[in-house]
Design a protein around this ligand. Structure first.
Ligand code: CU
Length: 358
């Protein structure tokens, strides 16, 4: 079945959407998603599944006529190749059913997540489990990231993309749905493939998120379609320990739970969220991404480090699509908690352990 096929139209009629499928997206705001019930979610998914691949209209503006070459690495740089598919997986945010921090039981239930999964060359076989977040893409300044992307999902049956932050790209590789102005990388339908090419330039150094920016990205981001990019200076040494933590939330209408959960890498509550580890003397880097509509304060017990302005901090703020990088040389052994200091977030799962050995 193709998204624009007869079956899609029947389903649209059945749901009473008529020709206004796109209108559902116009009216869908993340602030509304919290209020939507599971029936609303089904309608929105059905609308997304019935959307046709945009046909480029005659140029509206001179910029729409521009064509772009595929970037190559700078002299001395290399091509960093990845094969990534979008797929769906049944995902339990709290598989242990327990919060070790508060020593209490918490709901343990699977929901259908939408995730990026790393594959071997040619999408031959999985290189890692389908999980949240997606694979971490690594490059050095002067390299290009060449990401072969396939929409392999058969459950949500709607177009998705990969949209990067931090790296340089031209409009062909933006990976974003633009309505009638959409270029090829901005609408990868079920079963379709596209190869993105992104440049790691001097000003790309740092940690960045990538995420779905297709027509239904608001919902699909809450489901788990995000991952990390790290760009290092050429020849730079990696830290001894490096962690990538995505702060998100899953709405009851998506998770099937009674209330909102706040997640670290798709998991909620200490013992389920990532347990970070290091040894005294090691150089530690923790990259923290804001992946929802909230502002978070990433608090790490027992440690301080320089903030962006140079002053010491132990609770940097990270807003939507922002990254806070925590860097220090470990000097304080023991068990520590990390958590968001926004009370409603920490109480709903946004916490975890940091274990430091002597
Ligand atoms: Cu928070």
């Amino acid at each position: 079945m193709s998204p624009g096929g007869k079956k899609g139209l029947d389903r649209r009629d059945f749901l009473g959407l008529g020709a206004g499928a796109a209108g559902l997206f116009c009216s869908l705001k993340l602030s509304d998603v919290e209020k939507l019930n599971s029936r609303d979610i089904k309608r929105i998914d059905a609308a997304a599944a019935s959307l046709k691949k945009p046909q480029r209209k005659e140029a509206r503006d001179v910029v729409d006529n521009y064509t772009f070459a595929t970037p190559e690495p700078a002299p001395g740089g290399q091509i960093r190749e990845y094969w990534i598919q979008a797929t769906s997986v049944l995902w339990n945010p709290s598989p242990t059913g327990h919060d070790q921090w508060m020593n209490m039981d918490v709901p343990s239930k699977r929901y259908r997540a939408f995730v990026y999964q790393e594959m071997t060359t040619g999408f031959a076989s999985p290189l890692s489990p389908a999980s949240i977040p997606g694979p971490t893409l690594e490059a050095e300044v002067g390299d290009v990231l060449r990401v072969h992307f396939r929409n392999a999902d058969r459950k949500f049956f709607q177009a998705v993309t990969m949209h990067p932050h931090g790296v340089r790209y031209n409009p062909e590789y933006d990976g974003a749905y633009y309505g009638d102005f959409t270029r090829d990388g901005g609408f990868i339908g079920p079963g379709e493939e596209f190869t993105y090419t992104w440049e790691a330039t001097k000003d790309s150094v740092g940690a960045w998120p990538y995420h779905d920016h297709g027509p239904n990205h608001v919902l699909n981001l809450t489901r788990g379609l995000y991952g990390s990019i790290i760009i290092r200076p050429k020849g730079a040494r990696k830290p001894d320990r490096e962690y990538f933590l995505h702060l998100g939330s899953v709405f009851p209408s998506v998770s099937g739970l009674d209330s909102m959960i706040h997640t670290v890498n798709g998991r909620a509550y200490a013992g389920n969220t990532p347990t970070l580890r290091a040894k005294v003397g090691e150089k530690v880097a923790i990259h923290v991404f804001g992946m929802n509509n909230d502002f978070h304060t990433f608090h790490m017990h027992g440690h301080r480090w320089p903030g962006p302005g140079g002053a010491s901090t132990d609770s940097p703020t990270v807003g939507p699509s922002e990254t806070a990088t925590v860097k220090f040389t470990e000097d304080n052994p023991g068990r520590y908690l990390y958590h968001c200091h926004v009370a409603g977030h920490q109480d709903a799962g946004m916490s975890g352990w940091y274990l430091v050995e002597k």
